[in-house]
Design a binder for this molecule. Structure first.
Ligand code: 5GP
Ligand code: ZN
Length: 113
């Protein structure tokens, strides 16, 4: 677990946050730079650098993340939502701890940029 990982530091409580969801394996926090009225990061507590770096043993927690996104979308009464994973710099990944963006609260164009 890299010392400098911003999401590990949030998960460990070294950086204060107000999670919108928190269990043994998954935490969800509001994005610091929201791209939609609702923009939440859904994050496994285990440090996994990217989806490309995940292995078969991570399949359970990555599946749980979808169920957490579903629960949050229902709790927040989102009419529709998008769950986005960026893998690699060229695809927009800037934080090297896997996280899924839950976006909603506005019309979302397709294809994404
Ligand atoms: P990525 O570009 O890797 O797909 O997404 C990283 C996201 O993390 C960005 O949307 C960025 O705004 C968000 N972010 C970066 N640093 C922090 C932080 O310290 N706290 C929170 N809540 N979000 C952060
Ligand atoms: Zn990490």
């Amino acid at each position: 677990m890299p010392e400098a990982c911003i999401l590990c530091r949030i998960i460990k409580g070294e950086i204060p946050s107000k999670p919108v969801y928190d269990d043994e394996r998954v935490i969800a926090i509001r994005d610091i730079n929201p791209q939609a009225p609702t923009h939440i990061l859904v994050v496994p507590k285990k440090h996994i650098a990217s989806l490309a770096a995940a292995d078969e043993a991570d399949a359970g927690v990555l599946g749980e993340i979808q169920m957490v996104a579903k629960k949050l979308s229902a709790d927040l009464k989102l009419e529709g939502f998008r769950l986005v994973l960026n893998n690699g710099r060229i695809a927009g990944q800037s934080v090297d701890h896997i996280h899924y963006h839950l976006l909603g609260g506005r019309r979302l164009a397709w294809p994404p940029g």
